[in-house]
Design a protein around this ligand. Sequence first.
Ligand code: UD1
Ligand code: CA
Length: 473
Amino acid sequence: MTNKRSQPTTPLAVIILAAGLGTRMKSDLPKVLHAVCGRPMLAYVLDAAHDLAPARIVVVTGEDQDEVAALLPQGCERAVQHRRLGTGDAVRVGLEPLKAFTGDVMVLYADVPLVDAAFVHDLLETHRGEAGVATLTTVVTDDPAAYGRIVRDAAGRVARIVESKDASREERELREINVGAYVFDAASLRAALERLQADNAQGELYLTDVISLLLDAGDAVGSFVADDPEVCLGVNSRVELAVINAAMRRRLLERLMLEGVTVEDPETTYVDWGVEVGRDTVLRPHTHLLGRTTVGAASDIGPSTYLKNAFIGDGARVVASFCYDCVVSSGCSIGPFAYIRPNTVLAEGAKAGTFVEIKNSRIGEGSKVPHLSYVGDAIVGRDSNIAAGNITANYDGYEKHATHIGDGVRTGSDTTIVAPVTIGDGAFTAAGSVITQDVPPGALGVSRGKQQNIDGYAERKAARRSREQKDAH
Ligand code: UD1
Ligand code: CA
C-alpha cells in the first residue's frame, strides 16, 4: 500500500493524451489540432502543463500523427501509441519513457482545452495536500452528457468512475462527472495499469478503471472538485468544438475588457488567442481580430471589420473593412468598405476610404486614397492625394510593375497609372488621364482627348428622329 503523503519537492511528470482518432469529428485533421480561437486545442493543454515546470512532459500521439508531433515545443517528449486501445493504454505508452521516474504523474487529455495554468496548479496542490495515491478532477454539471460519472460510496468517498456507455440508468442520472485530469503516484499508477481489463462496452482499456483498482488494493484516492463547470468541456464533435470556441472566446474578450477595451457586443466579436488590444479602444459589433493581430490604444474598430495578422496603431479608425497581413499606423482611417491586402503599410495619419483596395504598397504619412481606387505595388510619398477612381495598372498580363508617387502629389479623378511609372513630388495628373510616362516633379500629366462641344446637337437629333418615324408609317 503506497499511502505516503507527497512532498512539495516530489518530482512531477505530465502525460498528455492526444492519440485518439477523433472519429466523431469526421475529419482528416487529427482532433487535437482543430483550432480553438485560432490555435490547436493541444497548445492550450501544453501551456498549462508547461506552467507547472514539470521535470518531464510526454505527449502520446498516434504513429501517423507527425503534424501533432510538429507542434510539440522543445523539451516535450513524444510517445507513440501504435494501436488505440483506450486511455488506459495511452497512459501506459506515456509511461514508457518515464520507466525510471518516481514521483507524481499528472495526466491531462488534449481534447479538454479549457484547463489552464491556475487549474492544474490547484489540482496538483490538492493532490499534494492529501494522503492518496491518486486525485481525480470532477465537476458537478447539469448536463453530464457522455462524460464518465463519479460514483461515491455512502460516506461520500469516490468509489469508481463509470463511463456513460457502461452506466446503469441510475448511474447515468449522476451529475458529478470526470473531467479527465488526474494526478497519480507513478509507482501506484504503473501497478494498477497492469491490472486493467477491457471488459466494457467499448472494449477499451479505460484509465478511469484505475481508480477502482487502486481502491481495491487499499490505496486512498482523493478528488478535486473544480468550481468552474466549464473546465470539463471536452471536444468530441464539431458541435462541442463550437461550444468550446464560444467559451474560450468569452474568456479572451473578458480579459480584454478587464484590461480597458470596450467590447460593444461580445456576442458578435471574435478574437483569436494572442490578439492584443490597447486600452480605450472600442471594438464594435461583428468584428473579428484574428491571427497575430495587434490593435493599439484608443482606436475604433468596426462595426463589421475583419482583421487578420494586422497591426493597427493608436487612435486609428477601421470601419466595415478587411485588413490582412498589413500595418495600419496610428491615426489612420480605413473604410467603410476597404480591402487592405498583404504587405501594405499605411504610415501615420494615412487614409484608405470607401471601396479602396490596396496591395503590397506603402502609403506615406498623411496621404489619402479616399474613394474607389486600386493601389497595387506602389510607393506613395507623404501628403499626397489619390483622387476618386484611380487605378494603378500594375499587371501587364505577365509581370507586376511598380508605381512611384512622390510627396504632395494630387492625382485627378479617374487617373489610370500604367506601371512602371513615376509621378514626381508636387505633380498633378488631369482627371481621366492614362499615365504611361513619368510625370516630372511639379508638372501636370494630361493624357486625354481634347473636349469639343457640338452646338445644336440635341435639336438636330430630335428632328432626325421625328423624320425617321414619319418615313416608317
Ligand atoms: C474520457 C473519460 C471520461 C471523461 C472524459 C472527459 C476514459 C475512459 N473516459 O472519455 O470519463 O468524462 O474523457 O472528457 O478515459 N486517447 C488516446 N489514446 C486512446 C484513446 C484516447 O490518446 O487510445 C486520448 C484522446 O486523444 C483524448 C483523450 O485520450 O485526448 C480522451 O479520449 P476520448 O476517447 O475522447 O475519451 P472520452 O470518451 O471523451
Ligand atoms: Ca474526449
